[in-house]
Design a protein around this ligand. Structure first.
Ligand code: UD1
Length: 372
């Protein structure tokens, strides 16, 4: 029996872990446990996703909550260590690039438990992003690295990671998108918000580089003001963005913008429907760059760099510098952009998690052979 402890902690992890725990079930030889670190804990940031994506109740919830990077990472490590000591798994699987990813990978490595990283090799080459540091460190200690796009293979090769550990499997987030597309179509979110298909823009922003400084956020709002003359904007707001806007004293300006909807963070199905039907998306999220590529919805990423270059070369994404004119220029460009349905990133086909489970099953067989 191969025992695998799977870790999830923050919102973007849940879409990645859902197809994995499902795929393991094909193999009687795999026993999988689910640990939720509790990095995200609000109903709309966590439980709603478990229900909608039919993720089983976590076997263990570490309940860490918020904190500074050091405090949060340390707390996850402290609470995860006894879990591994109790369960002694063969593998710990971490996904993505959040603090929970790095914290649990570190704990496992130090206890001599093998680490597998799903979504390995992505690089923005910007170490001011906490996620970039999490990605680099996690990949450098992982024993198995599951890669979602060709740039990941190149990056890991350049960093000297042994090719034997690396598997190009595709994108687990797209597995979840494909599985839930039809269900999301039934969402009434457009009616509830009074929106018409292809006549609104979806915005998500939560990264420190965009929402922590009043100057930058003002630049973005100036662009939104102009875009609102053209189309309404729906901006489901991440809790850290909402809190920062209040702290920066910019709440009144935001609420005074006519045509700007700021609902609470949405569940997976409503948000998928909202993205699938919009004219274009403006975001600083990683996963949304990938989802819009598969949905064939134009995307403007409000960042200087992306760790997911395949969404530019084979998708609908483009970057925009944090200047009002650059944002508006990107908006106009994507308004008239027509995606080419024939160009899709390789292996983004809905079967990535099955490939990952098959690799684990093989490693289990090899281990069994050695043991005999
Ligand atoms: C984290 C990830 C980021 C990911 C994002 C998706 C890291 C370093 N960052 O950023 O890569 O794109 O999640 O959402 O791990 N908060 C709540 N309720 C919650 C969760 C968070 O109110 O359920 C608020 C708290 O005020 C908290 C702040 O959001 O202090 C930041 O949360 P945290 O998990 O530290 O990072 P995110 O900015 O959400």
């Amino acid at each position: 029996m191969l025992k695998i402890v799977n870790v999830c902690g923050a919102r973007p992890n849940f879409m990645k872990i859902a197809p994995l725990v499902r795929a393991y079930r094909q193999y009687a030889s795999i026993h999988s446990l689910l640990v939720h670190t509790g990095q995200h804990y609000d109903e709309t940031m966590s439980e709603l996703f478990f229900r909608q994506l039919s993720i089983p109740e976590p076997d263990i919830n570490l309940g860490v909550g918020s904190g500074s990077h050091a405090a949060q990472t340390a707390e996850i490590m402290k609470r995860f260590e006894p879990v591994l000591e109790d369960h002694r798994p063969d593998w710990v699987v971490v996904v993505g690039d959040v603090n929970s990813t790095l914290a649990c990978a570190l704990v496992a490595t130090k206890l001599g438990v093998k680490v597998a990283h799903v979504e390995a090799g992505l690089r923005s080459f910007d170490r001011t992003m906490p996620e970039e540091v999490n990605r680099l460190l996690t990949d450098s200690i992982a024993d198995l690295l599951f890669v979602s796009e060709p740039s990941g293979l190149e990056n890991l090769k350049r960093e000297g990671i042994d090719n034997e550990k690396v598997h190009f499997v595709g994108n687990v987030m797209i597995d979840t998108l494909m599985r839930n597309r039809a269900k999301a179509d039934e969402s009434s979110v457009l009616v509830e918000l009074g929106l018409r298909p292809r006549e609104y823009v979806v915005v998500t922003l939560h990264r420190p580089s965009n929402v922590d400084s009043p100057e930058t956020f003002r630049t973005i709002l100036d662009a939104f003001e102009r875009i609102l003359e053209d189309m309404p904007i729906v901006f489901p707001m991440h809790p850290r963005t909402r809190r920062n806007i209040a702290e920066m004293g910019m709440g009144r300006r935001v609420t005074s913008l006519s045509g700007l909807h700021i609902p609470e963070p949405m569940g997976y199905l409503d948000f998928l429907k909202l993205m699938a039907e919009c004219a274009l998306v403006m975001t600083d999220s990683g996963g949304i760059q990938e989802e819009t590529t598969i949905l064939e919805v134009p995307c403007v990423t409000l960042r200087e760099s992306t760790e997911r270059p395949v969404t530019i070369t084979h998708g609908t994404n483009r970057l925009a510098r944090l200047e009002t004119t650059a944002i508006l220029e990107a908006y106009v460009d994507r308004r008239t952009y027509r995606p080419d349905p024939a160009r899709k990133p390789e292996l983004w086909d809905g079967h990535a998690a099955e490939r990952i489970a098959a690799v684990f099953q093989q490693t289990g067989l090899r281990r069994g052979a050695v043991g005999r």
